[in-house]
Design a protein around this ligand. Structure first.
Ligand code: C5P
Length: 227
């Protein structure tokens, strides 16, 4: 059986990572969560006060890029790879609403994208990879054998993210989560460098009305047709 590259792009909280993880597990492929990489860079920027509610010291972040090392380590118990920032596990720390509120600004910086895209291409160079993000089918792996583009209404996505954050004990409101989802949609689709856009050859999956099982069956069938 030949190994392929599966690129899953789409808006935030469309269930991309859940589907990507399941798919990678089922096929014995590597799963790469590229959003986690942008989030880890954002966490670094926050820790070094390069971002705050009213300022973004972009040049300072760019100058520090060589000091940022992002790695993944497979966690047997969880069944997926967790993200590390300079040797420290930041899997939980990168999922807060505060990180979400800055990440799209950080991800719009060309130098940040260049660094991360290079690392992503290296991680997927031998195929057998399911990678999710915003620009995987358009920029990172434009020749991916299978490209999926996931969408769902902003309300549905905010509901999902709100539940995830509340279940973890984060004191957030649905309104704040919806606002963040809408702001990120706007910034991600309008930025100059690698905006979120559906690749011409991507298959669109609107999962507003599908259960996880239905989505997975559909995506698995599409993958098997290509392998
Ligand atoms: O996937 P997730 O929602 O965790 O991604 C967080 C943010 O990282 C996105 O809103 C986007 O700004 C950025 N991102 C990106 N390119 C990717 C993956 C994520 O710009 N390939």
């Amino acid at each position: 059986m030949s190994k392929i590259t599966i690129a899953i792009d789409g808006f935030s909280s469309t269930g991309k990572s859940t589907i990507a993880k399941q798919l990678a597990k089922h096929l014995g492929y590597i799963y790469v969560d590229t959003g986690a990489m942008y989030r880890a860079v954002t966490l670094y920027a926050m820790q070094n006060t390069f971002v705050s509610p009213d300022a973004f010291y972009k040049e300072a972040l760019i100058s520090s890029l060589n000091d940022i090392k992002i790695t993944f380590q497979f966690n047997e118990q969880l069944g997926f790879a967790e993200v590390f920032l300079n040797g420290k596990n930041v899997e939980k720390a990168i999922r807060t609403l505060e990180v979400s509120s800055y990440v799209s600004k950080v991800a719009a910086v060309t130098e940040v994208r260049q660094k991360l895209v290079e690392q992503q291409q290296e991680m997927g160079k031998n195929k057998g990879v399911v990678m999710d993000g915003r620009d995987i089918g358009t920029v990172v792996f434009p020749n991916a054998e299978l490209k999926l583009f996931m969408t769902a209404s902003a309300e549905k996505r905010a509901e999902r993210r709100f539940k995830e954050l509340s279940d973890k004990g984060d004191a957030v409101t649905y309104e704040a989560v919806l606002k963040n989802v809408e702001e990120r949609d706007y910034l991600d689709t309008t930025r100059k460098d690698s905006p979120l856009v559906k690749a011409i050859d991507a298959i669109e999956i609107d999962n507003s009305h599908f259960s996880l099982e239905e989505q997975f069956d559909k995506v698995l069938k599409l993958s098997e047709d290509k392998i």
